[in-house]
Design a protein around this ligand. Structure first.
Ligand SMILES: Nc1ncnc2c1ncn2[C@@H]1O[C@H](COP(=O)(O)OP(=O)(O)O)[C@@H](O)[C@H]1O
Ligand SMILES: [Mg+2]
Length: 386
């Protein structure tokens, strides 16, 4: 995928490009999925224009749950990604509208920018800034290349800042509800931006803590067990999922592992930390390039984020502060895995003290164990392909 993206970048020869039209009036209102696209402020494209932008839908960047995402160029040469809703997509018009309205309303350096949309008869599409380095997932899972630790930490901080903005900087606040490694996109400078707002929900009830829904949404491996039990997503549900992504960054492993038997990454990490060795947990592809104290702190933040009880989890604002501290520590002094300095206890990979408290909680809690091994039973978990 990454290789294909690279090849595609330089190939816009003779492509006809068009000027988007019908820019609509600004609106400050945020509507739910039932509101119409009249509220969308961005440029409106016709289907024919999209055909021209994408050179006849020539180059597919990705196949998502919504439909295919195509590579394209505007008339000024700006590269864009065009997400065209497939008629066979199970993800409905409401999700399309939700994403269009949210991205139209809110803007932040760590949210993907929507340039425009298309609602042309049966055709629906969203046009975004092009994120040339693909998803975080591709970098975590890719065997041929691997992100250095400092870059992982920066991505984690940027992701956290984007989520903090959704939770604290938006009015009403937003719960993303599908935080995961495939919904974080990286641009050419490897800056991280949150994507895929189709499942996002505004919460503006009186106590500001939760929204009522009757369906569990999200992706197996990332879904907050408390949300599964209560069917009430909170901002802490996003915090939980973010903790899973942090663990993916530390370990280089996916949210759900299929080694001997399927296992959640949280359980996998806690099991190894309980044995007392941080080195067992860290992605081997980073060896030689990470600071032991910083990696340990990030793992600790991740495990706090994935605490069973949401009340014990930090807020995204807390997480941002903690990751900023980690960043400063990392930039200040780097002690890599290969340095042999057994006199320095502070930098030891032994992780017993931390692991004992955390892992005891896990093993005592049957519900947690169930959640770790089995993604939602008896509840509709949708969508899994996003
Ligand atoms: N702006 C973009 N630039 C590059 N690739 C993108 C962009 N937006 C989406 N993609 C690709 O398309 C995939 C699906 O997009 P996403 O917004 O997550 O929709 P969904 O998962 O609902 O189908 C992403 O995982 C990514 O690979
Ligand atoms: Mg997605």
């Amino acid at each position: 995928m990454l290789r294909r993206r690279k090849q595609q970048q330089g190939s816009m020869n003779n492509m006809t490009t068009i000027k988007p039209q019908n820019k609509e009036e600004m609106s400050t209102r945020h509507g739910g999925a039932s509101d119409s696209l009249r509220l969308v402020q961005n440029r409106r494209f016709t289907y024919k224009e999209l055909e021209m932008i994408t050179n006849g839908f020539e180059r597919v960047l990705a196949q998502g749950g919504f439909g295919r995402v195509y590579d394209g160029f505007l008339e000024d040469g700006t590269q864009v990604a065009v997400k065209l809703r497939s008629h066979s997509s199970k993800q409905g018009v409401n999700e399309f509208l939700t994403e269009a309205q949210i991205l139209n309303r809110i803007h932040h350096k760590n949210l993907v920018t929507m340039i425009g949309y298309c609602k042309d008869g049966e055709y629906m599409a969203l046009v975004y800034e092009y994120m040339s380095q693909g998803t975080l997932q591709e970098h975590i899972a890719g065997s041929d290349r691997s992100l250095p630790w400092r870059q992982r930490l920066r991505i984690a901080l940027e992701y956290a800042q984007g989520l903090e903005y959704l939770h604290k900087g938006c009015n009403p606040p937003l719960i993303h509800r599908d935080v995961k490694a495939t919904n974080i996109l990286l641009n050419a400078r490897l800056e991280a931006k949150i994507a895929d707002f189709g499942l996002s929900k505004a919460f503006n009830n009186h106590d500001g803590n939760y929204v009522s829904t009757n369906t569990i949404v999200g992706t197996p491996g990332y879904v907050d067990p408390e949300y599964q039990a209560t069917v009430q997503p909170t901002t802490k549900s996003d915090v939980y999922s973010f903790g899973v992504v942090l663990l993916e960054l530390v370990t280089g492993k996916p949210a759900l592992l299929s080694e001997m038997e399927p296992m959640n990454i949280i359980h996998w990490v806690r099991q190894r930390l309980a044995r007392g060795n941080m080195e067992d947990v860290v992605d081997v592809r980073m060896h030689g390039g990470c600071n032991v104290n910083v990696v340990s702190k990030v793992a600790e933040i991740a495990l706090n984020c994935t605490a069973l009880a949401s009340a014990q989890r930090p807020t995204m604002a807390d997480v941002v502060v903690q990751l900023q501290e980690c960043m400063e520590l990392d930039e200040g002094r780097t002690r890599d895995f290969n340095t042999d300095d057994s006199n320095n206890d502070d930098s030891s990979w032994n992780y017993n003290a931390y692991a004992s408290g955390q892992s005891t909680d896990v093993s005592r809690n049957a519900a947690f164990g169930t959640e770790l091994r089995m993604p939602t039973v008896g509840l509709r978990l949708a969508p899994t392909t996003r």
